[in-house]
Design a protein around this ligand. Sequence first.
Ligand code: SF4
Length: 318
Amino acid sequence: MSFGLPHDASLDVPERYFTLENYDGGVARWCPSCGDFAVLSAVQRICRDAQVPTEKLAMVSGIGCSSRFPHYMHAYGFHGLHGRALPVACGVKARRPDLHVWVATGDGDCCSIGAGHWLHAARYNMDLVVMVFDNSVYGLTKKQTSPTTPRGLATNTHPEGAFLPPLNVAETTLGFPNVSFVARTVDWNPAHLYQTLQTAYRHRGTSFVHILQRCPTYTPNVFDAWRQNPERTLLLTHDDGVPADDAVRRIYKSRSEHDPRDIQEARRLAAMDERLAIGLLYRNPDAPVYDDRTVAGLDTTREQKLAAVERALDRFAI
Ligand code: SF4
């Protein structure tokens, strides 16, 4: 009897096995019940399940509560300037294509001061996972109106209530040229959060994940409509979409079969007000990936580069 072992009874034991503790970068200092904890936990589980070596992992962020993410992961980390997470991440990926690069950015960081980079990161479509933590407020700077603050919500910058229509992160991203992956999930459903981020991690290209993230300190009721009535959440299902296990399907009974190749329908679903569509909105695996260009010449030696410059200049010798 072999008990499922190979005939030579050898065991395929990996040299290193990474546990959740291996990805733990220390005690996270977010407010109690902050949704950022759920995202951190999901990312650590994905890395553990994929057995990503910690030295092959880079976490990049801008400024904001969620941008403290790199401090709490045991990996390479870059806590950048406000709004600048995406160009830093693209630079890291261009020079170190072997790294798995994750970006933590918020609604303020990504969609306000970083908005120009948001558009161009989508266009370059480098192989990154971009988590946009949307808590509808600037939390780190203590309740200022952000681009996604709902109309009428009183903040410290608009005590009478925000008055501009809020920006819809997923819908806007779907309008960018060469965008290849847009999904939406919520931090209060850990199973769907995990499955969405895992699907993003497996996509080659820039995977934008719009995460509705609870901020119990400054916007405690902003997602009540969705949290208190799961019927108002529309679960997107498809063989090529985010897998939804039984636990997720039990909660979200309103479902829609959505082909993630259909960008027009993706935009309609992302823009809906009456219902919150979660799952994979759009994926185009054939969109050009800029990494294919930036890897060229990475193994060129200094001598080879100098010789190439000499050859180029010799063409203009007189
Ligand atoms: Fe989280 Fe809000 Fe506290 Fe920031 S202010 S850590 S987003 S609960």
